[in-house]
Design a protein around this ligand. Structure first.
Ligand code: A3P
Length: 314
């Protein structure tokens, strides 16, 4: 979606030829880079980002595995951080702009060119990535910037991506059986995967360095939104005063509000993806209408094995 393979640089082509590769769902060929499976264009973006991105101490980096609540967190972080500049009662940017256009996707922007400037972003800057913790640009780890990681139940995450993928690339996905996709997901040979390693890396980082990495789950955010939003605000240094209302921001960023807005129902984003693809159901446990019990069990078994002893449960 971001860049056609024929426009990859020679450097990326050379790198690709040295990496393990596999046929995958959603991309005809994916490559294993620093342990995770990537599409060629995004891989170019990750490498450019690693080489050229300079984090500021005041930056906030949102990290997620795709379909774990990125859109929601983009909206929440933007609304929280800039709430004095853009009060919810006024003409809020989220009412007329898709959250993905307010918070850039680092490796997505970097895949087209190494020369990316985020000068148009209001300060403090908020940026998003899907890379693993160990593939983050060095300056994100060495600066004082904050990382908010959002994770989601693997079955809901998988099902969300399954529907997104089928809408996004109907030809590539038309014949692809869900059983094969679940198997590939659980083996870790899945775009962006292995999923569980991605989560565990950020989980352990958040335990080791709680001032640097905040671990949030989609489920907790859904169950007790105000509590979690206040926790996020405290973490990024813009905690709420006793007089301030958090409920307006929660409402503005809710699935119900955002998904009804014209800007999120019509048209395409600059990456070519339809704006409404990012708003499907927004529920916990929605996997039940797509996964059979036996496929759900396969994912559950993998989750149990991978998360055993970590303190993480889904
Ligand atoms: P479903 O496909 O289960 O509905 P991402 O933003 O990481 O791509 O994840 C997309 C998922 O988050 C989709 O899940 C989408 O519906 C859901 N989502 C988008 N905006 C949301 C919001 N404001 N609140 C809750 N869920 C939201």
């Amino acid at each position: 979606v971001y860049l056609k393979d024929e426009n990859l640089t020679q450097e990326t082509r050379d790198l690709l030829s040295s990496l393990p590769s596999e046929k995958g769902w959603l991309v005809s060929q994916m490559y294993q880079f620093e342990g995770s499976w990537q599409a060629p264009a995004l891989l170019q973006g990750i490498v450019n980002c690693q080489k050229h991105f300079e984090a500021n101490d005041s930056d906030v980096i949102l990290a997620t595995f795709p379909k774990s609540g990125t859109t929601w967190l983009k909206a929440l972080l933007f609304a929280l951080i800039h709430r004095h500049k853009f009060p919810v009662s006024g003409k809020h940017p989220l009412l007329v702009t898709n959250p993905h256009s307010l918070v850039p996707f680092l490796e997505g922007d970097y895949c087209v060119s190494p020369e990316v400037k985020f000068s148009e972003l209001p300060s403090p800057r908020i940026m998003q990535t899907h890379v693993t913790h160990h593939s983050l640009p060095v300056s994100i780890k060495s600066s004082c910037c904050k990382i908010v990681y959002c994770c989601r139940n693997p079955k809901d995450k998988f099902v969300s991506l399954w529907h997104f993928g089928r809408k996004l690339a109907p030809e590539e996905t038309a014949e692809y059986p869900i059983e094969t996709a679940v198997e590939a997901f659980c083996e870790g040979k899945f775009i962006g995967g292995p999923f569980w390693d991605h989560v565990l890396e950020y989980w352990y980082e958040s335990r080791k360095n709680p001032n640097k990495v905040l671990f949030v789950t989609y489920e907790e955010l859904k169950k007790q939104t105000e509590v979690e939003v206040k926790r996020i605000a405290n973490f990024i240094g813009c905690g709420f005063t006793a007089e301030e209302e958090v409920s307006e921001i929660v409402k503005l960023c809710s699935f119900e509000s955002l998904s009804k807005l014209e800007v999120n129902r019509q048209g395409k984003l600059p990456n070519g993806i339809e704006s409404n693809s990012y708003f499907r159901k927004g529920e916990i446990g929605g996997w039940r209408d797509t996964l059979s019990e036996s496929l759900a069990e396969v994912i559950d078994r993998t989750t149990e094995e991978k998360f055993r002893g970590s303190g993480l449960k889904f």
